[in-house]
Design a protein around this ligand. Structure first.
Ligand SMILES: [Zn+2]
Length: 258
């Protein structure tokens, strides 16, 4: 589901970029909107860091494998530490701690805090990290065929370009909101699968459970990697292309009277 998650992050990112308040130092040019969407697309892969098979866990070789195992183990321990009396014992941390609304907020706040503390070097680091993920998520075939140096070099080039040409994108609040938007898009996608995710865990107990899963009504739920996953990828791709054409051609927007 990696590509579907990344594409949903890009679609949500483009939509939010168009309505962000200007007082946030917000997104005012087409280039800024695209960078914002790229960051959200990358962030939309972050929750699956708790699964060693996921795109995000394979993106930076041994380093991301170790990070992934650490996150998975930590999440498992955290669930067992906080579970309610009716929650079953957790044997695998996938789809737990990083699949909550609290993680979405913390990831965005963390990015904003990093930028507050380290300024430009944090901005360029985050741009590189998230755009690397976005490339692997949005262009999975190309990324698999190409040498990792090519993929990493492309991400570095994009990150430098974004940082150099778009100073407004360096504002912490804007960048942090792109991260939260991307993670939230991922959570919505997983909520649409049959298993659901523990969105409010462990803070909201329900009938003796703290790690209960929230899912969409049965008729709306899909199977990960099934045909519905492919259909969703197509829908999000269309939404991305449509929004890019709208953002890139203001005359069209004027002509349509928006
Ligand atoms: Zn997930």
């Amino acid at each position: 589901m990696g590509p579907t998650h990344a594409m949903s992050g890009a679609a949500v990112g483009l939509a939010i970029a168009q309505v962000l308040p200007a007082e946030w130092g917000g997104v005012t040019t087409a280039e800024e909107a695209f960078v914002y969407a790229g960051l959200a697309a990358g962030a939309a892969l972050l929750p699956d860091l708790d699964s060693p098979q996921a795109t995000v866990a394979r993106s930076f070789g041994l380093l991301s494998q170790v990070a992934s195992r650490t996150v998975e183990n930590f999440s498992q321990g955290f669930v067992n530490l906080t579970r309610g009396r009716r929650d079953p014992r957790c044997n695998n941390g996938h789809r737990t701690l990083t699949h909550t609304v609290w993680f979405a907020l913390a990831a965005g706040a963390g990015a904003t805090a990093l930028i507050g503390a380290y300024g430009k070097s944090a901005v360029i680091g985050l741009l590189f990290f998230l755009l690397s993920l976005a490339i692997r998520g949005l262009l999975p075939e190309w990324s698999k065929k190409s040498d990792w140096i090519v993929v990493t070099g492309t991400a570095a080039g994009l990150a430098y370009g974004a940082w150099y040409f778009i100073p407004a994108a360096s504002l912490g609040l804007v960048l942090g909101s792109a991260v939260t938007a991307g993670v939230a898009a991922h959570l919505l996608g997983d909520m649409a699968t049959k298993r659901g995710i523990p969105v409010f865990a462990p803070l909201v107990p329900l009938r003796g459970r703290r790690w209960w899963n929230l899912r969409l009504p049965r008729f709306l739920s899909i199977r990960a990697s099934g045909p519905a996953d492919k259909a969703l990828l197509l829908v999000f791709s269309v939404l991305v292309v449509a929004q890019i054409s709208l953002i890139a051609s203001p005359p069209l927007v004027t002509a349509l009277g928006w």
